[in-house]
Design a protein around this ligand. Structure first.
Ligand code: PSU
Ligand code: MN
Length: 309
């Protein structure tokens, strides 16, 4: 804990990288504890860190352990989060003070990871897919706090579009209202997580990491607070075509409604249900897209650090 960052605890490696202006990429922990089954979750968490390192950046997986907000984790801590899985509280931004005050463990979502990354001085973050407006939100009011967070935390988030379980049209509308740039990386189409195509366009496009880094600088130097969605489609070899996924997702959404699944349990329920029905094919796709996002995030972080340092 330092005076500048009360409550944040950095690994020496991440602290040194930030101090020296080196490239750092934040990674979240809800995808580990709630997004994937053990032990694939731990393997994936380790693989994402290696990919970031191979890309020339320092990985900083963010989580809360015994009430300490950790910026960077050791291998045995990743193992602990993965093994405990859903016993670890899923912590969005609103849950942060409670979990810290009670000295509990917490797995951070995109929203809370963005907030903590911004606090820590980390400008680039890789996830699988961001949360958004759920189908049926007109009656459930289920809109992920990830979206609100994009209106205030200055972090570029590399994501495979938004999770296909959502209403993508409404998610894009909400991002527009919140003033969030949505950048298609090498694409004019907003990707749909498991699939490259969604039928929805993106309002802007970048084709290189350097172009994304320039956009980040322009936004924040203009005083335009908030995040940037860097939409990076799943690699073609790993995708499951949208028409194949559509009935699976529709059935999972219906089952969640029948079972009365609500609040923060909805997303983990749907991801687990879809993985079960596709015999793990969706899990393999999820891992592949997360790896692809980590790779691009490292490249963007390196480019951003080069000109900012
Ligand atoms: N992306 C994945 N798997 C996940 C998530 C994202 O590939 O498990 C998590 C992220 O932490 C995201 C959260 O912030 O799902 C969204 O949850 P909700 O819809 O309850 O806001
Ligand atoms: Mn929700």
């Amino acid at each position: 804990m330092t005076a500048k960052h009360p409550y944040l605890r950095f690994t020496p490696e991440v602290a040194a990288a930030l101090h020296d202006g080196h490239a750092v990429v934040a990674l979240e922990s809800t995808i580990i504890a709630h997004g994937m089954p053990y032990p694939r979750n731990v393997e994936t968490a380790g693989a994402l860190e290696r990919i970031v390192r191979d890309g020339g950046a320092v990985p900083a997986t963010i989580a809360i352990l015994d009430g300490a907000i950790r910026i960077g984790l050791a291998a045995d801590e990743l193992e602990f989060l993965g093994r405990e899985g859903s016993h670890i509280r899923k912590v969005s931004t609103r849950d942060l003070p409670y979990v810290v005050a009670r000295m509990q463990h917490g797995a951070t979502t995109v929203a809370s990871t963005m907030r903590l990354a911004a606090r820590a001085g980390i400008a680039v973050f890789a996830t699988g897919g961001i949360g958004g407006v759920h189908r049926g939100a007109e009656t459930s009011f289920d809109i992920s706090a990830d979206l609100t967070e994009f209106s205030q935390s200055n972090v570029a988030v590399v994501t495979a579009g938004a999770k296909a379980i959502l209403d993508l049209a409404l998610t894009l509308e909400a991002l527009e209202t919140l003033g969030v740039p949505v950048v298609g990386f090498g694409t004019d189409e907003f990707p749909a997580f498991y699939s490259r195509a969604s039928g929805h366009g993106v309002p802007m496009r970048c084709d290189t990491a350097a172009e994304v880094a320039s956009l980040m600088r322009a936004k924040w130097q203009l005083g335009l607070a908030g995040g940037i969605v860097v939409a990076n489609a799943i690699p073609a070899a790993a995708e499951i075509p949208a028409d194949e996924m559509a009935p699976v997702i529709a059935a999972a959404v219906a089952k969640a409604a029948q079972n009365g699944v609500r609040g923060k349990a909805v997303t983990p329920f749907l991801l687990a249900e879809i993985a079960a029905v596709t015999a793990g094919r969706s899990l393999a796709a999820n891992i592949a897209l997360a790896a692809n996002n980590a790779r691009l995030a490292a490249e963007i972080a390196v480019s951003y650090a080069r000109k900012t340092a």
